[in-house]
Design a protein around this ligand. Sequence first.
Ligand code: GLP
Length: 241
Amino acid sequence: MKRIICKNYDEVSLLGTDILAKQIKQNPKIKMVLATGSTPVGMYKKLVEMHKKNGLNFSGVRTFNLDEYYPIKKSNDQSYDFFMRDNLFSHINIKPENIHLPNGESADPEKECADYEKMLAQAGGVDIQVLGIGVNGHIGFNEPENELKLATHLTNLTKNTIEVNSRFFKNIKDVPTKALTMGMGTIMKAKSILLLISGENKAPVVKKLFSGVVTTDVPASFLNFHNDVTVILDERAASLL
Ligand code: GLP
């Protein structure tokens, strides 16, 4: 894994933006997987700026999101559907038909996951996958467990993830206990992966990521098997390396 250590969060966001913008210009029909959470917010903000000021063109770009809470209404301001519209999609010229997220409103989550996986396969593979990492090493919502799943699936969130993500909700009881997430295999199929990490609370997991050990206790450690991963992290996240 290639690792680039930046001074701070702003530089992480800027470098991530540069990499994505360059790829969009080179391949206007690029297929990207996008992530949520607080980490990519700065990068999405800068991409919006590049669209508004420099005409970065998203009209041919196709996006697929990594995960979504389950069950959750798209209108809920904590849904990833809402997050993506709020932080990116409403501010750029992406075509609505080119936006894909797992549907947290689906009555049949198993079918929704199977359909999402099929749709990704039909799209012919993604060019770049943006990822963040949980403090417990999760990617998407692939939580530390004895076994990791390959395909998109319905999963239970760990107590730790519910607690960590409760900061975005009014009450911890409002945090959904399940999610739909791309599987480890779905993630690893991307041609290239861009992992953004910021903050000292991520330093222990960053240390595990680069420890030379792969374990289902740290799902992100499996990224060590992929041959095109760029990890952009700030000095605080890298402080235990
Ligand atoms: C969330 C998401 C992940 C995200 C991670 C880290 O629960 N499911 O896709 O990468 O947690 O979030 P943050 O960037 O806010 O630390």
